[in-house]
Design a protein around this ligand. Sequence first.
Ligand SMILES: [Zn+2]
Length: 201
Amino acid sequence: MGEIPPPTPDAPTVLLYSHYDVQPAGDEKLWKSPPFEPTPVEGGLRARGIADDKSNVIAHLGMLRAFKGRPPVGVKIVFEGQEEYGSPFDDYPPTDPERFACDAMVIADLGNLRPGTPTLTTGLRGASEVVVEVRTLEEPRHSGEFGAAPTPCSSCSRPSPPCTTCTETSPSKACAARSGPARATPRTSSAPSPASRTACR
Ligand SMILES: [Zn+2]
């Protein structure tokens, strides 16, 4: 982190964020130039992480240089090194809110619409993590008579009760393979067929 205090007491403070860590380069034989040696290509630079997110670090520093290190606002700079790994920034700022307090935040972690076109993104989808709990019947039931009620086994990964077809304790994949033709055919008859009795759902 770095900080430039506001030039006047009423000047706002802007927090600038970027990260300098990158994803692994993968199989280097597939690269046309060394992944960690920035190489000029068609008017730009090619290297691992050059767009995500090292060039954006340079954009922040370029702004400070443009103002000769004396911007008209207070500046807080956060350059993170674990964004790609799984950022600790979900948890860390709330433990020290004053350190991150600001009036506006500029997150430089996105690309331009095309090379040479400065682009300001004003909204993102964000991300969420959810836990889905599925409750099923205790044992497989005929789909024609019991409709959409989920039966165990292929509907969930619950190990108990075991699948009646294959007796695997984690039977989803095994049952999908063994009962493929039966599962692929919609069952419209209300009369239990051999397939509906033995398929996982
Ligand atoms: Zn990024």
